[in-house]
Design a protein around this ligand. Structure first.
Ligand code: CIR
Length: 262
């Protein structure tokens, strides 16, 4: 198999959940996440990434930032460069600066998103050639314009998407399965934003399974979605279901709890 930087990773960075996770942002209140259960589920997530072949850097929790376990929103790893982003929710503004010192020893190049725009990593989907950037309540035009310059410099093609309003982050509703195949909700797929890619649509009623991650030979999906599991296994993918009920209470999923790179 040729090297596929979009899903072959040797390293990941995660951040331990903080006790303040019970104050995490959420669009709809379905109860606070339970800290101890979150820790257990996070440990299973980290183990799954190790089992998939990644070396894991586990950063200390940050009590001051309830949502900091969702480390993906604060940075983007692209072609060997770490781009420190600017998350768009006020309670998360400080997360990027808090993360930056941990990135410096791990990457040859660490750059800050220039300007004053906002980008959450959860709005960015990277394939071997393209970088999809979803405009959302967290990612604005100024942020996308600044990121576009970096993306082009690194040799990728930028693709800007208007994320439908009902979707928090672009990747809440999609995940990469391989260099040419994207798993997405019907709502997102119907926008036509994945033109040129094969799209596998999340089964009806299992839209919450769309935020999956492909890591080397494994596809990590949220547990409790049997039709998604069957669909992907029929396509030949090795599926690893993981419990993410506590992250889901604060709108988190699988992609947002790690930064993946080689
Ligand atoms: C937030 O609203 O920012 C967090 N509670 C959840 C962030 C999830 N991030 C992601 O999907 N990339």
């Amino acid at each position: 198999m040729p090297y596929n930087p979009c899903f072959q990773f040797s390293h990941v960075i995660c951040r331990s959940p903080s006790q303040s996770i019970c104050k995490g942002l959420r669009a709809k209140d379905c109860g606070d996440p339970n800290y101890n259960a979150f820790v257990q589920q996070h440990e299973q997530y980290v183990s799954a990434l190790r089992n998939a072949g990644c070396s894991v850097t586990l950063l200390d929790s940050l009590e001051a930032y309830p949502d900091s376990v969702f480390i993906e929103d604060a940075a983007l790893c692209l072609g060997g460069t770490a781009i420190v982003l600017r998350p768009g929710a006020p309670s998360r503004f400080g997360e990027a600066a808090a993360l930056q010192p941990s990135l410096v020893p791990l990457f040859k190049h660490v750059v800050n998103l220039p300007g004053n725009g906002y980008v959450d990593g959860g709005d960015i989907l990277v394939t071997n050639d393209d970088v999809f950037m979803g405009l959302s309540a967290r990612t604005n035009q100024m942020g996308v314009d600044a990121l576009t310059e970096i993306v082009v410099e690194l040799g990728y093609t930028p693709r800007m998407i208007n994320t439908p309003e009902s979707i928090l982050h672009f990747k809440t509703d999609c995940g990469l399965l391989d260099s040419q195949t994207i798993f997405a909700t019907t709502a997102l797929a119907n926008t036509g934003c994945f033109d040129g890619y094969e799209v596998i649509q999340a089964p009806e009623g299992e839209e919450a399974a769309a935020n999956l991650i492909r890591v080397n030979d494994c596809v990590l999906i949220a547990e409790g979605f049997p039709n998604t599991r069957r669909l992907l296994e029929e396509r030949g993918y090795t599926v690893v279901p993981l419990p993410v009920s506590e992250a889901a209470k604060v709108d988190g999923g699988l992609s947002c709890m790690s930064l993946r790179y080689s």
